[in-house]
Design a protein around this ligand. Structure first.
Ligand code: ADP
Ligand code: MG
Length: 294
């Protein structure tokens, strides 16, 4: 395993940071760490990186305990902090150079391609850059030495949609080269679009871990049926998984949890003008998981 935590806990004095976080991330995964603001994403990441000392529990990266052997870890790591910055007077290119030197140099061709793909203006001073443009320099810094592991704290915040697409492509390329990506996000569509597996964090605790698909399976479908004649409510309301049944005129609305088959079978016996099924995105799944845990 590339990242492994056991009961990782960080308190800020008496305040909760994270509590009993246990995670395992394999090589070649794009792992999404999803949670709302204040859930504990940054605290987890900074504890993983050895910036914060855990109150309890432990974490290993590349098999090394993060409190014992940070140097062995950091050589092979690319990190994007939540707020990326260095010196305001350096340009984007100088900032990338500064970090490249720390790694004993990087492939400049690759570095320049990263800058082009993300649309970094290399000659602009850092202080003149918008949040999104600073973020792009930060991404170049994280990727430029082709690290085995990328840890990215809310990498797309402030990026416009086209740059986000390019970022997703970079992440997939890294994964396809056998590298590993751990990214935090509060943007569900992003995690859904790019991640292989996801952990949901809420109030400092992991509430769920699984594949993106397995999370989506938890969701309900919103189904709408429009009948040619009267609505046969009785044929639907007691079907497995069906809830929240509503009739308006000749329209029947219901929620379906789990397989759709019973509803489709029942519907086949009637004259239907319309059948709509909307699959909620990860967002709704996520809210449900949160409600279930409270
Ligand atoms: N330096 C700090 N001192 C005290 N509390 C903190 C500090 N940093 C974070 N916290 C608290 O820890 C919790 C988790 O914060 P954080 O890890 O930043 O969440 P996220 O990154 O998911 O938004 C929050 O309740 C936050 O207020
Ligand atoms: Mg954060």
């Amino acid at each position: 395993m590339i990242i492994e935590t056991e009961g990782l806990t960080k308190r800020y004095g008496r305040r909760r940071g994270i509590d009993d976080v246990t995670l395992g991330i394999d090589q070649g995964e794009i792992f999404g760490f999803l949670g709302p603001n204040g859930a504990g994403k940054t605290t987890t990441i900074r504890t993983l990186l050895g910036h914060l000392r855990p109150t309890a529990g432990r974490a290993r990266i590349f098999g090394h305990d993060v409190t014992a052997n940070p140097v062995a870890i950091h050589r092979r790591l690319g990190y994007l902090p939540g707020e990326f910055g260095l010196y305001d007077r350096l340009t984007g290119a100088q900032t990338a150079d500064y970090f490249a030197h720390l790694y004993g140099g990087v492939d400049r061709g690759y570095r320049n391609r990263l800058m082009e793909r993300l649309g970094v203006d290399p000659g602009r001073r850092f202080r003149e850059l918008s949040k999104g443009n600073k973020q792009k320099v930060g991404l170049v810094v994280a990727f430029q030495h082709r690290p085995d592991l990328l840890i990215l704290d809310e990498p797309t915040s402030g990026l416009d949609p086209l740059v986000q697409q390019e970022f997703h492509a970079l992440v997939r390329e890294a994964r396809d080269e056998g590298r590993t990506v751990f990214l935090s996000s509060h943007v569900l569509s992003e995690v859904e679009a790019v991640c292989d597996r996801v952990a949901l964090i809420r109030d400092g605790r992991i509430v769920r871990t699984g594949s993106v698909e397995s999370l989506r399976d938890l969701a309900h479908h919103q189904v709408l049926l429009r009948f040619a004649g009267d609505v046969p409510v009785a044929a639907f309301e007691n079907l497995p998984g069906v809830s929240d049944v509503q009739v308006t005129g000749r329209t029947l609305r219901l929620r379906v949890g789990g397989p759709m088959t019973p509803v489709v079978r029942a519907a086949a016996a009637y004259d239907l003008l319309d059948f709509e099924s909307r699959e909620p995105g990860l967002e709704e799944t996520f809210l449900r998981a949160y409600q279930a845990a409270s």
